[in-house]
Design a protein around this ligand. Structure first.
Ligand code: ATP
Length: 252
């Protein structure tokens, strides 16, 4: 497998505090790679250093053969970054925002094709304030798709969404992967990581404590003799919720 991202001995210090402590890992082309960890573990800092949005204290990062420190502008052209929706220009429509984004990248975008991809065609002429939480998240992914990036970075893409909207977003992320893009995401939802990610890195205190496929990580834990106090049933409360309220989105 070819690696599209290579991170070597990456460190970030904020004054005397070390937020990321000499981590190394690579992301394979075409995979969904998850970065998991408790609050403050260093996930966002790591992501933003790879994106070229935060300065690196030491270490190297390459994305598709480009050195992030030295070729920041070139890197920006081939990556898509999901931004928080709060900063959107309120007076513009979704269509206009997408065109404006394309202009920033010097690219002519087909806004309707992208809106179709994230199932927001009907909202093309609406303003972002009128969108539900799930729709806002899908639109922020649409913006990240505007420059047709090779690698997409999603920082907690489903935080705050209801189970239906979350599952809908999972399908969208899988569809984007099927189109050949590489996706790096952070999440606090373990079932999300299990569903979407081929491999996950678990971070704590600025270090990667484990990196493997979800399956291998679970097997390794079981081999250590771990067993649950309560035997899991075949379904959980989320399955009950979905069974009672359906898969349909409530936001449209
Ligand atoms: P969360 O799950 O809460 O988003 P995270 O794993 O993304 O957490 P980071 O946001 O990367 O964690 O933060 C890692 C550590 O670095 C935290 O202790 C945070 O307080 C600290 N930190 C982050 N940004 C700065 C900054 N600009 N200045 C000083 N300290 C910072």
């Amino acid at each position: 497998m070819e690696n599209i991202i290579e991170v070597k001995n990456l460190t970030k210090k904020y004054g005397s505090f070390t937020a990321v402590n000499g981590i190394s890992f690579s992301v394979e082309k075409g995979e969904v790679f998850g970065i998991l960890g408790p609050n403050g573990a260093g996930k966002t800092t790591t992501l933003e250093m790879i994106e070229g949005l935060r300065d690196i204290t030491s270490g190297t990062i390459s994305v598709d053969g480009l050195n992030v420190k030295k070729q920041r502008e070139e890197v920006k052209k081939i990556i898509g970054v999901q931004l928080q929706t709060t900063g959107f220009f309120e007076n513009l429509t979704l269509k206009e925002l997408l065109v404006m984004y394309g202009t920033l990248y010097n690219m002519k975008v087909d806004p309707m094709a992208i809106l179709e991809e994230v199932e927001l065609s009907e909202k093309a002429n609406a303003q972002t304030v009128t969108l539900s939480g799930g729709q806002k998240q899908r639109f922020s992914i649409a913006l990240a798709l505007a420059n047709d990036p090779k690698v997409m970075f999603l920082d907690e893409p489903t935080t705050g969404l209801d189970p239906q909207a979350r599952r809908h977003l999972w399908t969208l992320i899988q569809q984007i992967q099927e189109k050949g893009k590489t996706i790096v995401l952070t999440t606090h939802y373990m079932e999300e990581a299990e569903e979407l990610c081929q491999r996950v890195a678990i971070m704590d205190h600025g270090e990667i404590v484990q990196l493997d496929t979800p399956d291998n990580l679970i097997d390794a834990l079981l081999q250590k003799g771990f067993s649950k106090k309560r035997v899991e049933k075949q379904a959980n409360l989320e399955d009950v919720f979905i069974d009672l309220t359906g898969h349909d989105l409530r936001e449209e």
